[in-house]
Design a protein around this ligand. Structure first.
Ligand SMILES: Cc1cc2nc3c(=O)[nH]c(=O)nc-3n(C[C@H](O)[C@H](O)[C@H](O)COP(=O)(O)OP(=O)(O)OC[C@H]3O[C@@H](n4cnc5c(N)ncnc54)[C@H](O)[C@@H]3O)c2cc1C
Length: 399
């Protein structure tokens, strides 16, 4: 065999399609079918890339490590590549790109068809245990037949998303060959917080501006939808700041629940409402999600049945201040199980960014999440999988 690819996920399938043009390829996948994680991405819709691309959306010890791969196979190449496979994509105003079918399964299918068409052998239900260097290449030891390969590409993914097949297997395979890894932590993950405010709002989604404070310093900001849960907070705006909230000490999430209204304007709107024939239950109606408004009013100690006319301007100012800043102490995250991506991984300085070949073991390549590269929420992780997979699949040929 010329090349053995370990893992038939996003990056492994991309690598297989590229490598198949250079010789014989076997892709070993331990799950019963290819692209298991890919099939659940983007809530089943697969946010496969983002039109607003750049190295600033990537993290790790060497964020610029992604540049050669993103240059060799960028967003335009990705969209054109999928179109050439018969997959039509559409973009949202945010820049996120999805298949028109809105089915992540169709992304898996076209990649599977293309890899097979190119001549790659896809062998599912085969878990690789060890990669052993030997004369002229490697011996790949798995629970299937042993294989000899001139090149090996490790595309075994990261530890995040354990239900969808995330594991530490790829790190262990590479560590046995002398590679080292940085600390792993969950990213793009739901946050556990002090839940006295969030629990009564379980299931409610509301727009908010989100700020993460660590020991008095702002360490991350986002805006968008926040989902309240019985353990804390979730939703796209939380995922965006979760990396900082998990890695920085003593974090507090500050939510501005009236993100498009300044404090003075909100305070004046609430003051005007004091003359209405309403109870406090409806003080914030139309300004905030109704349930969020009622929870806020109750939290401040005002009975919901009290006529708004009994509130003073100082009271309504207090409500406005609370709407503009709800503080939730971060106590943890939902861990690798709930995370979409792993922050940390195999050290990138041990690989040549122009080829993704190991600097320690010639003929060994790695791509995707197993490396210490993690992207922001919005299609950046899959773009890294496509770009790095295609580059690794060139087996050392420089673009
Ligand atoms: C719920 C969820 C939603 C997501 N949504 C998005 C999204 O919309 N957009 C986005 O950009 N990113 C998203 N991501 C992240 C994205 O899916 C990953 O970053 C991406 O799949 C990583 O690609 P990969 O090829 O490195 O790993 P994977 O796609 O995880 O593939 C690795 C493969 O290797 C196999 N494997 C592992 N060890 C072995 C072994 N020893 N032998 C044989 N096979 C092995 C695994 O079974 C797996 O199939 C999401 C992740 C999750 C969990």
């Amino acid at each position: 065999m010329d090349t053995v690819i370990i893992g038939a996920g996003a990056s492994g399938l991309a690598a297989a399609i590229e490598a198949a043009g250079r010789g014989s390829v076997a892709v070993l996948e331990r799950a019963p079918r290819v692209g298991r994680k890919l099939a659940v991405t983007g809530n089943g819709r697969c946010n496969l890339t983002n039109l607003n691309m750049g190295p600033e959306h990537y993290h790790g010890e060497e964020p610029d490590f992604v540049l050669p791969a993103l240059t060799a196979f960028g967003v335009g190449d990705t969209i054109a590549f999928f179109r050439s496979l018969g997959l039509i994509t559409v973009s949202e105003p945010s820049g996120r790109v999805y298949p028109l079918s809105e089915q992540a399964g169709s992304v898996v299918d076209v990649l599977r068809f293309a890899a097979s068409e190119a001549g790659a052998q896809l062998r599912c239900g085969v878990c690789v245990r060890e990669i052993r260097p030997e004369a002229g290449g490697f011996r790949v030891i798995s629970d299937g037949p042993e294989l000899h390969a001139r090149n090996v590409v490790v595309s075994a993914g990261g530890a995040a998303g354990t239900v969808a097949g995330g594991s530490e297997s790829g790190y262990l395979l590479l560590e046995r060959l002398g590679h080292t890894r940085t600390r792993l932590s969950p990213s793009l993950v739901q946050l556990k917080t002090d839940n006295s405010f969030t629990r009564p709002l379980k299931g409610v989604r509301a727009p908010a501006a989100v700020r993460v404070m660590s020991r008095g310093r702002t360490v991350a900001e986002s805006s968008g939808e926040v989902q309240f849960t019985d353990y804390g907070v979730s939703g796209p705006a939380i995922f965006e700041v979760s990396r900082a909230a998990v890695t920085c000490p003593d974090c507090v999430i500050c939510l501005d629940l009236a993100p498009v209204t300044g404090f003075d304007e909100l305070a004046d709107m609430l003051d005007a409402r004091r003359s209405a024939h309403l109870t406090a239950e409806n003080l914030l109606t139309g300004m905030l999600h109704n349930k969020v408004g009622r929870t806020l009013v109750t939290r401040l100690g005002y009975p919901l049945a009290a006529p708004v006319s009994t509130l003073t301007r100082a009271d309504t100012d207090r409500v406005a201040r609370a709407a503009k800043r709800v503080e939730l102490r971060v106590t943890g995250s939902m861990g690798m199980e709930g995370a979409q991506v792993t922050a940390g991984g195999i050290r990138t300085r041990e690989f040549d960014p122009a080829t993704l070949e190991s600097r320690l073991v010639p003929g060994l390549f790695a791509c995707g999440e197993v490396l210490d590269v993690d992207g922001d929420c919005g299609g950046y992780n899959l773009q890294w999988a496509w770009s790095s997979g295609r580059l690794a699949g060139r087996l050392g040929d420089r673009p």
